[in-house]
Write a protein that binds this ligand. Structure first.
Ligand SMILES: [Zn+2]
Ligand SMILES: [Zn+2]
Length: 181
């Protein structure tokens, strides 16, 4: 996807800084299995870029709406995200020097042609902000595994006579045989 920010207006003198705001519409979801900021939703990102000797330091704040399902009853769940992140993007020349020193540069975020791609730190920050097992309410009772109905809509003594499906075929056969005999 790539969330690209052009920094050509930022003076490269160490200590100079500039504020940016980005309104980014997602073309793929960002989140975890049960809840995510969905395609078509926007990320409201405000950030300060500061020039430092090695590159550009980014301090960002992300506002977004995540939507998903309660991990117990599968009801829709929404969660407001308000998450910050800090990340250093290095100048290519610095990164090239590191690669000469046998440092793995795949993981290094770089300033390329005055641009940075903040997708990775944004993605990490959003995933960090989300519940892996979101709930519609803390006391959600979930669904009956027997019939899929919500426990809160069922009487307290609700129960199913547990018949293993492998045995139910046999019991059908037994009934037929009984009928013949
Ligand atoms: Zn629930
Ligand atoms: Zn049931």
């Amino acid at each position: 996807m790539g969330i690209i920010l052009n920094l050509h207006e930022l003076p490269r003198r160490s200590g100079e800084y500039k504020d940016y705001t980005l309104d980014f519409i997602l073309t793929e979801p960002i989140g975890v299995a049960m809840i995510a900021v969905q395609i078509g939703r926007s990320l409201d990102i405000s950030l300060t870029a500061t020039s430092v000797d090695e590159g550009v330091l980014i301090r960002g704040q992300i506002l977004a709406l995540a939507e998903g399902q309660c991990s117990r009853c599968l009801d829709p769940v929404r969660e407001d995200i308000d998450q910050s992140f800090d990340e250093l993007f290095e100048y290519e020349s610095k990164a090239a020097k590191l690669s000469k020193d046998d440092v793995d540069t795949d993981e290094i975020l770089m300033v390329k042609d005055d641009c940075i791609d903040i997708e990775t730190p944004v993605r990490d920050a959003i995933v960090l902000a989300l519940e892996v097992n979101p709930l519609c309410s803390l006391d959600c009772l979930g669904l009956c595994p027997g019939c899929g109905e919500r426990y809160e809509n069922l009487p307290a003594d609700h129960d199913h006579q547990a018949i293993d499906p492998r045995w139910s075929a046999l019991s059908d056969l037994a009934k037929k045989l009984d009928g013949k005999g």
